[in-house]
Design a protein around this ligand. Structure first.
Ligand code: CAA
Length: 281
């Protein structure tokens, strides 16, 4: 199978690394050489950490990196059997990319979208092959997190589902099958918890450190909700809350105003260097 990831951000790079680590050749399509270089450098430094911890050898690291092929051109990926779309969480951008892929790719190409919350059915309907479109939702940090939510849209074909299920297993992840519904499973539970963490902070109930420590030690979460918001990105959290709010029409999913204010101020978390915590220090 020729597999390609479209997108060079945190998720795109993480998916590329994970597939290459499984010994599978992988293409990464970016919009600029600078974004590709940034993604490859991040993958290399992630792998270097594994070398330093004696988890893999230097030769193994080189072998993994050699599996990664990069391109700026759609032309190089039009013969892909599977394309994993991992661009920004913006529905119009995703639709535009899927339309473009639909035009140039061979009819048998499967399109898997790594959307965190948009409707797979809605995305699939901009193509002439809705039965070939599926959700493949990875979690951040991708090389470490074991889960992939495999989401069936209204038209997703059973064969496409099986191909994606097999690949998920081959790259060492566990798949959970989800029938499309807003937020799928994880984000429907996780992001409202983060929203409530933000409300708890805004109410002055406790400091950010205390809220995070409380959830780490009181609920055995690996990190607290505010640190997790910074990891995911406040913009992504807001986009997911808005999907839940709009789709269910239930005010229990109302994004907290502090979340909106921080997104407007570009305090998005790790990706901008500052969110609830300061990463520049
Ligand atoms: N590549 C491959 N492996 C790596 C790596 C990399 N770049 N970096 C670290 N690792 C490995 C390490 O070698 C280590 O392996 P061992 O346990 O075998 O030694 C392991 O990963 C853990 O690494 P660290 O010790 O550096 O990390 P940690 O123990 O401090 O945990 C964390 C960090 C994994 C982020 C943890 O805090 C955690 O699980 N946090 C919660 C993350 C979470 O909930 N993510 C989901 C977000 S929601 C989402 O993504 C979906 C969405 O749509 C919004």
């Amino acid at each position: 199978m020729k597999i390609c990831v479209v997108g060079t951000g945190t998720m795109g790079g993480g998916i590329v690394q994970t597939i290459a680590q499984a010994g599978i050749e992988i293409w990464m399509k970016g919009r600029s050489q600078a974004s590709i270089d940034r993604a490859v450098n991040k993958i290399e430094s992630g792998l270097k950490r594994l070398v330093d911890r004696e988890k893999i050898t230097e030769d193994k690291k080189d072998e993994i990196v050699s599996k990664i092929h990069t391109t700026l051109s759609f032309d190089d990926i039009k013969d892909s059997d599977l394309i994993i779309e991992a661009i920004a969480e913006d529905i119009e951008l995703k639709k535009e990319t899927l339309r473009q892929l639909d035009e140039i790719c061979k009819p048998e190409s499967i399109f898997a979208t790594n959307t965190s919350s948009f409707s797979i059915t809605e995305l699939s309907m901009v193509t002439n092959r809705p039965e070939m479109v599926i959700g493949m939702h990875f979690f951040n940090p991708v090389p470490i997190m074991k889960l992939v939510e495999v989401i069936k849209g209204q038209h997703t074909n059973e064969n496409v589902y099986n191909v994606v299920l097999n690949l998920t297993e081959e790259i060492g992840k566990t798949a959970v099958t989800v029938n499309e519904s807003p937020g799928f499973v994880v984000n429907r539970l996780l992001i409202p918890m983060i929203n409530e963490g933000i409300a708890t902070l805004a109410d002055g109930a406790a400091t950010k450190e205390e809220i995070d420590t409380a959830m780490k030690l009181g609920a055995s979460h690996p990190m607290g909700p505010l640190a997790l918001a910074d990891l995911i990105g406040l913009d992504v959290c807001l986009a997911i809350m808005e999907v839940l709010h709009n789709e269910f029409g239930d005010d229990k999913y109302r994004p907290h105003p502090l979340m909106r204010k921080m997104v407007r101020a570009k305090l998005l978390g790790r990706k901008t260097g500052k969110g609830f915590y300061d990463y520049n220090r």
